[in-house]
Ligand binder design. Sequence first.
Ligand code: NI
Length: 131
Amino acid sequence: MSDEPIALAKALASFDALWSPRIVTRVNDYDVRVAKVDGEHVWHAHDHTDEFFLVLDGELHISLREPTGERTVVLAQGAVFTVPRGTEHKPYAPSGAAILMIEPTGTPTVGDRHDEIPAHVDATTGHPLHS
Ligand code: NI
């Protein structure tokens, strides 16, 4: 982890892979990750942790399966949203987006339960950022 400030724009420019988060820093036991996303992720749930999203660029949709039914929240640039632990969700970026996530170190991007993982989705606990 760097002991220097991280410019998020520079961090995002350092890789091209979609749905493949890079760890930019850590806060206590949490990763701060950035990702470039486009199209659909996969339905999944994190049984033991909430998941924080901040949209840095573009627009992110997150479909949620809640006890009352399914709904989709739309996050514009600058919006934040937390998916509660245990809630099945599927991020979707119709026109591409850059996002920042905060979740416990070691949290798999596809959760503890998930549908079949499509080839374009990287099932990872986050990659180190190479500056
Ligand atoms: Ni998730």
